[in-house]
Design a protein around this ligand. Structure first.
Ligand SMILES: Cc1cc2nc3c(=O)[nH]c(=O)nc-3n(C[C@H](O)[C@H](O)[C@H](O)COP(=O)(O)OP(=O)(O)OC[C@H]3O[C@@H](n4cnc5c(N)ncnc54)[C@H](O)[C@@H]3O)c2cc1C
Length: 341
């Protein structure tokens, strides 16, 4: 197919979070003309406050996620693109400990360590030796796990998009108007995707998530890698502040951070992992809204001629945004190619 045909194809992407930037980057790499509409700033939605955990072993039983290897490869490629554009690292921590708190988890975590080279089983003595202050429990060290500095990553990925020729408009556009100007319009507006009347039939659901920022106590040494169980705790930064979370709230009143509910929902779980954090000061509460689907996998779908939705990344936005962004751009390129043949 003639490259000129693709370079004449105009695509609008609505939203500048993980999904929007991945879509914009991949489409631009295929030669299409991309304009990104962001009503606020890059990373203004859930992506900007995400804790940054990126790994393959999800859920209560640490089952390997669907297409995890391909997804991790796609995300790592974007992390490299971002770090190169920023000329600075975007990964905050490498490795992750998943703590097994009951017999069922112990059995399934142990099985993961038998099956996968990047997973190492640690008995309770080893976890306590490595992480002073941790409750006595075995776990798995996920060597391939990463913790991404999300604001930096988004900043770098946007710089790369801009450098590649993606245009940005600071606006909340009207879909009908956009469709008259662009061959393809992609909605990646996170929680706000549900507000577009064109998307009412798409099975998306909002789930609020809150994180607490805690002051690390003097009584235990700071952890060096993220700990992940029924909650996660990230290593404290240079000011002694650590992020822990997250809540999954289906019944909520608004999107605002709420210290009372975050404390009630998170602190008992945090204390059950690291008892010394039970009385840690909550310095800040952050809130965002994830979008989930019935299959718990993202949706990439053309809902009408040239109108696409890329959403539903749930709690796995970092894992899946690269892979699904790639797939979306492949689908659009394929459609453009069939138009000209
Ligand atoms: C507390 C919390 C912790 C999380 N931690 C992790 C984690 O550790 N690892 C992980 O993988 N995932 C995590 N997630 C999930 C992750 O944040 C989401 O999967 C991801 O951010 C979804 O990206 P998105 O691009 O679809 O949406 P968003 O990041 O919400 O982006 C949507 C963008 O669209 C813009 N927008 C909205 N409406 C319009 C409009 N009309 N016009 C123009 N622009 C518009 C918004 O301003 C926003 O910038 C977490 C989520 C929460 C809430």
């Amino acid at each position: 197919m003639a490259v000129e045909a693709l370079t004449a194809t105009n695509v609008a992407v609505i939203g500048g979070g993980f999904a929007g930037l991945s879509a914009a980057w991949h489409l631009r790499q295929c030669g299409l003309r991309v304009t990104l509409f962001e009503k606020d700033h890059i990373g203004a939605g859930a992506s900007g406050i995400a804790a940054g955990l990126l790994h393959a072993y999800m859920g209560r039983d640490a089952q390997k996620a669907w297409m995890a290897d391909e997804a991790l490869t796609a995300t790592r490629a974007l992390l490299t693109v971002s770090a190169e554009a920023l000329k600075a690292p975007v990964i905050a921590h490498k490795g992750m400990l998943r703590v097994a708190l009951n017999e069922r988890q112990q059995a399934s975590f142990y099985e993961r360590s038998e099956l996968h080279d990047d997973v190492e089983w640690l008995d309770a003595t080893s976890t306590s030796e490595r992480i002073p202050g941790l409750v006595s429990a075995p776990g798995i060290l996920v060597h391939s796990g990463l913790c991404v500095d999300c604001p930096k990553y988004l900043q770098g990925l946007w710089l790369a998009c801009e450098g590649a020729g993606v245009k940005r408009v600071h606006e909340a556009p009207d879909i009908t108007t956009l469709r008259a100007r662009f061959e393809h319009v992609i909605v990646t507006a996170g929680a706000s995707s549900l507000d577009f009347p064109e998307l009412t039939e798409v099975p998306l659901r909002r789930v609020k998530g809150q994180l607490v920022v805690l002051r690390w106590p003097d009584s235990i040494p700071p952890i060096k890698i993220p700990i992940n169980s029924h909650v996660y705790i990230l290593p404290p930064d240079d000011s002694g502040l650590c992020v822990a979370g997250a809540t999954f709230e289906r019944d909520y009143i608004d999107y605002e951070p709420c210290e009372a509910s975050a404390r009630e929902l998170l602190m008992p779980k945090i204390a059950s992992l690291m008892p010394a954090l039970a009385s840690a000061d909550i310095v800040e509460v952050r809130a965002g809204v994830r979008v989930t689907t019935p299959t718990r996998l993202p949706i990439v779908q053309e809902i009408d001629q040239g109108l696409w939705v890329f959403s539903g990344l749930g709690a796995r936005g970092l894992l899946y945004h690269g892979l699904y962004g790639e797939q979306l751009s492949e689908q659009i390129v394929k459609k453009e190619k069939t138009k000209t043949t």
